[in-house]
Write a protein that binds this ligand. Structure first.
Ligand code: MN
Length: 253
């Protein structure tokens, strides 16, 4: 089995090393093609207005001066000798839950893989507020990563679907198990916009993450993580709201 690893935290991120150890439990044919620098929040963006550069760090380890989607594209088209059987993206430093998945470069890399017809899984390690600004423990991902990937290797993946996995911020032996759940939604109230003054006296604005409490819907990824479970959510790229099609067609008839 040939595996391509990528992420949005960059080639030097601790979570990528965790992911490599997980992947090597399944195969020795592991390739890495990741962004050269952190791309958290890049979503599914492509670099179109400047060239990207590819750097080879070792035989099967590469970085790209672009987004996670760029890295997957380069991995598939320029780096690997043939198509991978599996793309793993992560392990992200921080949650990719609920409606945050569309901001996520980690999830977007798996979306890019799904579009290319490759079985693709995004993996993220949630951390507690106390760990913000510090090294984050990937203990749950390290221990539960292979347990969650193994059944997914045999599962049928419908075309243009991917799987989003989040690990709770717990010690490995405190994790309650694995739940397959739907995507939840945060309360809309977004996180902070921090305003400050730069060293030259000009104002700047810096987006913070949501510090907002929310009540997770039942059987959602948000609830599973709150309850101490690993969340597994199949996602689809067809964003069509089926329930609105007929009603809206009537308005244009
Ligand atoms: Mn990230």
């Amino acid at each position: 089995m040939r595996i391509l690893l990528t992420n949005d935290d960059g080639i030097n991120a601790a979570g990528l090393n965790v992911l490599e150890r997980i992947a090597r439990r399944f195969s020795d044919d592991v390739w890495i093609c990741a962004p050269a620098e952190e791309q958290s929040g890049a979503g599914h963006s492509l670099t179109l207005n400047r060239p990207v550069r590819l750097q080879r760090h070792s035989e099967r380890r590469f970085s790209v001066t672009g987004t996670p989607s760029d890295a997957v594209t380069m991995g598939l088209r320029k780096v690997m000798p043939g198509a991978p059987d599996l793309i793993l993206s992560g392990v992200n430093r921080g949650a990719n839950l609920g409606d945050d998945v569309t901001y996520s470069g980690t999830v977007a890399a798996a979306i890019e893989g799904a579009l290319a017809g490759v079985r693709s899984i995004a993996l993220s390690q949630v951390y507690s507020k106390a760990d913000a600004g510090h090294d984050v423990s990937f203990a749950a991902a390290e221990e539960w990563g292979a347990k969650v990937i193994a059944p997914l290797l045999e599962a049928p993946f419908a075309p243009r679907t991917l799987v989003n996995v989040n690990f709770p911020p717990l010690a490995a032996d405190a994790v309650q198990g694995i739940r397959v759940v739907r995507q939840g939604f945060h309360d809309y109230a977004r996180g902070s916009v921090v305003e400050g003054t730069d060293p030259r006296g000009f104002p700047y604005y810096w987006f913070g993450l949501h510090g907002i409490e929310h009540t997770p819907g039942h059987e959602t990824d948000l609830e599973a993580i709150q309850d101490g479970y690993v969340s597994v959510t199949p996602l689809q790229l067809d964003l069509t709201h089926q329930g609105s099609l007929e009603e809206m067609r009537g308005r244009f008839a």
